[in-house]
Design a protein around this ligand. Structure first.
Ligand code: UDP
Length: 313
């Protein structure tokens, strides 16, 4: 049975990756320091082929036995989290990535890095292809995340070139779905929690900035295809359907049947104006494209948030 290690396994995406790999017959070791992760996301894996280790991968990673695949997902990923934890964000992207690559090298395992559309910064090319180098402010508030991930990509490709490690880099665009935290701070969970509670829906700036939202099951499908592919260069995984933030706020208010009003708050510093993945590479090399329509993805996510809020989250 193949064995996989997932760092950040108690997080939103990490926990869904654990589910997908277990379904595919992997035995999974999940590591998380629970800074932004939550044991509740993996509680259902008790009794399955899953071992949880509470640990900060910044301080080194020790796993006994054979490992065939390492997925490095540990990192704060919501802007409010990396603003609150700037140094742990830099450390897990830099030192944590080095440690996860070291584990993969010692085990001769495949390695997948969770990178991000944030490597493109506030992009001057639209939509973003993998060949675009980005427009990032290194000393802005988002720099702690963006530059850590850019360093992580450089480290990952160096292990591929210098040590011959079979590495993959996935540039994840905005993703949403069940297991996002009610107080996650990102647009979709904020808007759903606000709409369900009858609170004002907080659109930052005018709301004409754009994002492209991918449902979690599509994202995980893309990552698994990449992990099992022979690709080593970075690949965008995201949904190319581009919406303004105002559009997504209105769609969520309609889908929840809420009477919430939209209010405008100041736009955060360096908030990207536009974002949309070019997914030609994933289509051609992984046979991947998103399948879940926004309405269906939102319905599943809203249902999850309803239950969470009813349980007092
Ligand atoms: N946003 C918003 N209201 C919120 C949270 C986010 O208008 O309550 C905006 C944010 O300014 C950005 C977009 O929604 O333009 C997506 O933000 P998110 O934090 O989800 O992720 P980002 O794509 O910025 O990393």
């Amino acid at each position: 049975m193949p064995r996989a290690v997932i760092t950040g396994a108690a997080g939103f995406i990490g926990s869904h990756l654990a589910d997908a790999l277990i379904r595919r017959g992997y035995s999974v070791v999940g590591i998380d320091n629970l800074l932004t992760g939550d044991r509740a996301n993996i509680a259902h894996l008790d009794g399955r082929d899953f071992t949880f280790v509470e640990h900060d991968v910044t301080n080194g990673i020790a796993v006994e036995g054979e490992v065939g695949l390492v997925l490095h997902w540990a990192s704060p990923a919501s802007p409010i989290d990396y603003l609150e934890h700037p140094i742990p964000t830099l450390k897990v992207g830099a030192l944590g990535t080095h440690n996860a690559l070291g584990l993969a090298k010692a085990k001769r395992a495949r390695f997948v890095l969770a990178s991000t559309s944030e490597v493109y910064g506030d992009p001057l090319e639209h939509p973003q292809r993998e060949t675009y180098w980005g427009n990032v402010n290194p000393i802005g508030p988002r720099g702690v995340y963006d530059e850590a991930k850019r360093f992580a990509e450089a480290m990952t490709i160096a292990y591929h070139r210098f040590h011959g490690l079979d590495t993959k880099i996935v540039r994840i665009f905005n993703t949403y779905g069940p297991r996002m935290r009610v107080r996650d701070g990102r647009a979709v969970p904020n808007f759903i929690a606000q709409a369900l509670s009858g609170e004002d829906v907080t659109v930052y700036g005018s709301g004409d900035q754009t994002r492209s939202f991918c449902f979690i099951s599509d994202l995980v499908d893309g990552v698994v295809r990449l992990a099992e592919s022979d690709l080593n260069e970075p690949v965008n995984i995201g949904n190319p359907a581009e919406l303004t933030v105002l559009d997504i706020a209105r769609a969520i208010i309609a889908a929840t049947g809420s009477r919430s009003r939209i209010v405008h708050h100041p736009l955060p510093v360096d908030d990207p104006r536009v974002r949309r993945p070019d997914i030609a590479l994933a289509r051609a090399r992984l046979g991947w494209e998103p399948r879940v329509a926004l309405g269906d993805g939102l319905a599943a996510t809203i249902e999850y948030f309803r239950r969470k809020l009813a349980a007092g989250a």
